[in-house]
Design a protein around this ligand. Structure first.
Ligand SMILES: [Zn+2]
Ligand SMILES: [Zn+2]
Length: 156
């Protein structure tokens, strides 16, 4: 897979709102183009809905995370409690397809990506770590930021 490393992120106004200095994701898609937006509000805005599945797939938890960039609030709608340090597989709540993995976090868990635009362009992706309690878990970042960190820390 080729990522647009040199590209800068240019967010169309329809995709994310800026309110009082905060960037809020208003549209999110799985790799099959299903909307991940929830009616459940977090930080006052409609959150983003995922299924967190255990590695064996036995336990599934419906989770809604904050759509505000940099925030890490989340709500569990139903399902198993999440244990600190567990690594989950992150699925679309509509088709149960696993979201794409960008690369591994410093903590060793995969960093997942979802799309901000229906055309599924990576430069409009958002990424977060799949380890519960990792400082990067459930905290949205632009995939470009994460790529920059990765490139810096690997000396490209
Ligand atoms: Zn889907
Ligand atoms: Zn991590």
């Amino acid at each position: 897979m080729i990522f647009p490393i040199a590209a800068t992120i240019n967010m169309p106004a329809a995709i994310a709102n800026r309110k009082g200095g905060k960037v809020i994701v208003t549209e999110a898609f799985c790799s099959n183009g299903h909307s991940l937006m929830s009616k459940v509000r977090i930080d006052g805005e409609p959150g983003i809905h995922f299924i967190y599945a255990s590695q064996g797939g036995k336990k599934k938890t419906d989770v809604v995370i904050s759509p505000v960039l940099g925030e890490c609030m989340k709500k569990i709608l139903k399902g198993a409690a999440l244990k600190q340090d567990d690594i989950v597989r992150i699925l679309c709540p509509t088709c149960f397809t696993e979201l794409p993995v960008l690369f591994d976090c410093e903590c060793g868990a995969p960093i997942y990506l979802f799309y901000l635009d229906r055309r599924l362009r990576h430069s409009y992706g958002q990424s977060f770590c799949s380890r519960i309690g990792c400082t990067k878990a459930s905290r949205l970042r632009f995939s470009q930021d994460v790529l920059d960190d990765f490139i810096n820390s690997h000396g490209f």
